[in-house]
Ligand binder design. Structure first.
Ligand code: A2P
Length: 416
């Protein structure tokens, strides 16, 4: 485990009383209630502010964007801030690089998030890093003790009525409360009620399926891709508490949401960066988010390729089959693998990856290509074997390449 990060000097968030017009926007928007006021000044609680910056863009005057470096043990108190007519002068401390007042180290993430994340990323083969051009993610703004309430604004079945799996596209709206997410991040949902031991239900994590600017552009909403769990990994009948709760949600229902989570499974943003996406079933959620992000920026001609390998039982069982097929061929190179189409041989993503060996090798060796795998654990093993075979057949060495991919933040795995 990492030890909590300790620094003697911290960046303290303050509000410039000379400029502030006392409009209350920052206090309304702060997701962690770090801002308060008296009849004179708006002030920031040092021990609560996590430097998420959600308050900075909406401030009409810029008064909110004020910072001083302080000794962590002796920050400016609320009483002092309430007295100010002007900000205190900067000191020599302001010349050093200092972290925000409260660092959200991984240790502070809810235990179940840490556990799920470590299982999901085990196949990566080493510590994950975010691509150098990834945007800065907000983390853990809403912990399980202080979840945000979202409203369900849509729940659509994605699989055919007679399909064996029941996968839903759920849209959650956060109203006026900020809930910033990036493609590849997850959120937590806390099902209502208690478990069989009478304890409140633990949160379940779901990957976000929409891009950062919302399921609907410029709306404060996001979408999820959720499969109703009706059997366990061994195929025995079971009823997934959270997945059934989510799949049965009705428009207008309120949902307790935590997060966002995930600081490394993030897409590159630099022009010319390519993305290879490999997924099965609901593992398509982050791929949909990244693809849609790129689609919405198509007219910018930023370049870079998108290649998708997507496995499902049949076209009727493949989430987003219709919309995916409508995407221009020169925008995304889509490779489906269907395992249960009557009269056709069973095909897994790793089979199709092998068929596309030349393309796959070129992308594995392209330092501007980032690789994302999401879906069934069994698929991960098969895909890694396919990579190894492709490398071997072409005089490359997967055991040498994989650490390089990891070190350059080009290899990202989330499987379950
Ligand atoms: P299968 O027909 O063998 O179950 P699901 O619908 O259960 O979420 O699975 C999505 C797709 O992943 C299905 O086509 C499923 O095939 C396939 N799959 C199952 N196991 C593996 C594996 N070990 N490697 C690759 N794909 C797999």
């Amino acid at each position: 485990m990492n030890a909590p990060v300790e620094h003697a000097i911290a960046k303290q968030h303050l509000i410039d009383p000379e400029i502030c017009i006392r409009c209350n926007t920052c206090e309304e928007i702060c997701p962690v209630d770090a801002i308060t006021h008296d009849n004179l000044n708006y002030v920031v609680k040092f021990d609560v502010c996590n430097g998420c910056l959600a308050c900075v863009p909406p401030c009409p005057t810029g008064a909110i964007d004020s910072w001083r470096n302080v000794e962590r043990a002796t920050p400016y108190s609320l009483e002092e801030q309430f007295q100010w007519d002007v900000l205190p002068d900067t000191t020599e401390l302001d010349n050093v690089e200092a972290p925000f007042a409260v660092e959200r180290a991984d240790d502070e993430l809810p235990a179940e998030v840490q556990e799920i994340t470590s299982i999901a990323t085990a196949g990566q083969g080493g510590p994950a890093l975010a691509p150098w051009s990834a945007s800065h993610p907000y983390l853990n703004l809403y912990p399980p003790t202080r979840p945000i309430t979202a409203t369900v604004t849509g729940n659509y079945r994605l699989t055919a009525d007679d399909a064996s799996s029941d996968i839903h596209h759920i849209v959650l709206d956060f109203g006026a409360t900020p809930f910033p997410v990036l493609e590849g991040q997850s959120i937590g949902i806390i099902p209502p009620g208690t478990d069989e031991k009478g304890k409140p239900q633990l949160l379940r994590m779901y990957s976000v399926a929409s891009p950062r600017d919302g399921e609907r552009p410029h709306y404060n909403n996001l979408s999820l891709t959720v499969k109703r769990v009706t059997e366990d990994h061994e195929g025995r009948p079971t009823r997934g508490v959270a997945s059934n709760y989510v799949c049965d949600l009705q428009k207008g229902d309120k949902v307790q949401v935590t997060g966002p989570y995930g600081s490394t499974y993030l897409m590159p943003n630099h022009p010319g960066s390519s993305i290879m996406m490999i997924c099965t079933g609901t593992g398509s959620a982050p791929m949909r988010a990244m693809t849609e992000r790129r689609r919405r920026r198509l007219e910018r001609n930023e370049g870079g390729e998108l290649v998708l390998f997507f496995g499902a039982r049949s076209p009727d069982e493949l989430p987003y089959f219709g919309p995916l097929q409508k995407l221009p061929k020169d925008f995304i190179d889509i490779n489906f693998a269907f395992s249960r189409v009557p009269g056709e041989p069973k095909r897994y993503v790793q089979d199709v990856i092998r068929e596309r060996a030349d393309k796959v090798l070129q992308m594995l060796q392209d330092e501007n290509c980032y690789i994302y795998i999401c879906g069934l654990k069994g698929m991960e093993t098969g895909v890694l074997e396919a990579f190894r075979d492709i490398c071997r057949a072409n005089g490359a060495d997967w055991d040498q390449l994989r650490p390089e991919l990891l070190a350059n933040a080009r290899f990202h795995v989330e499987t379950y």
